[in-house]
Write a protein that binds this ligand. Structure first.
Ligand SMILES: [Zn+2]
Length: 234
């Protein structure tokens, strides 16, 4: 194991170790997952909770059709604490944040329904990045959301092109090219699919994944994301 990857492993678990130690010392309290200060019970402290609702938008589910047969649901704009949490899960690989984010999006309102046989899946990460970061944050978030929706979660996509280009730095057209043939179905798909992702930007990744899922046989596909970044920049 390389030194970087060993460091990565430690780095991944540091916030959890810190939280565990603090919660052992203060068993009646908890640690705020956003700012790391002691909170009184909840996953977020009072300050962070009020920032979350005061930073421009309260929680409200939105629907946007990425294509006529590809509805995407997202909870809020990619701003404030929700954005901080998404970025920390994504770039700093703080694994416990997958549960925090999944808790934040629950419950989904009655107008968003998924058939009980729906399979939850995620956008597979390029192999090299997965090795560097030690966790697949997309998988962790999908598993956390699936558990709360009481749906099955399993990999339905595989990465066929592991070129290391960061989508976040590319414009829409460049993204389309970058992701062409990036995904393939992992097997035959007969059930409805819910693709869970942390942040929806241009929607290109979701469209490419949906195309690969259809190639595998999926008929009914929807997308669920925590935040929606309208500028295309995350
Ligand atoms: Zn806090």
């Amino acid at each position: 194991m390389s030194r970087d990857s060993l460091y990565g492993r430690w780095f991944t678990f540091l916030p959890q170790i810190r939280t565990f130690l603090l919660e052992t010392v203060y068993p009646e309290q908890a640690v705020c997952r956003a700012c790391g200060r002691i909170s009184r019970g909840g996953v977020l402290c009072g300050d962070c909770l009020s920032r979350l609702t005061a930073d421009g938008m309260t929680f409200a589910w939105n629907r946007e059709d990425l294509a006529p047969d590809l509805p995407a649901y997202f909870l809020r704009p990619h701003t404030g604490i929700a954005r901080d949490l998404v970025i920390r899960l994504k770039h700093r690989a703080e694994a416990c944040l997958a549960d925090v984010l999944a808790d934040l999006v629950m419950p989904v309102p009655g107008w968003i329904t998924f058939p009980p046989e729906t399979v939850v899946t995620w956008v597979p990460m390029p192999e090299r990045r997965r090795e560097e970061r030690c966790i697949d944050h997309g998988q962790m978030l999908a598993e956390a959301v699936a558990a709360r929706l009481r749906l099955e979660c399993r990999p339905l996509l595989r990465r066929v092109d592991n070129r290391e280009k960061t989508q976040a730095t590319l414009h829409r057209e460049a993204r389309m090219t970058n992701l062409t043939h990036a995904f393939a179905p992992a097997g035959k798909i007969t059930d409805p699919v819910l693709l869970v992702d942390d942040v929806l930007t241009t929607g290109t990744t979701a469209l490419r994944c949906a195309a690969a899922l259809r190639e595998g046989g999926a008929r009914e596909i929807s997308v669920l994301a925590i935040t929606r970044a309208t500028s295309g920049k995350i």
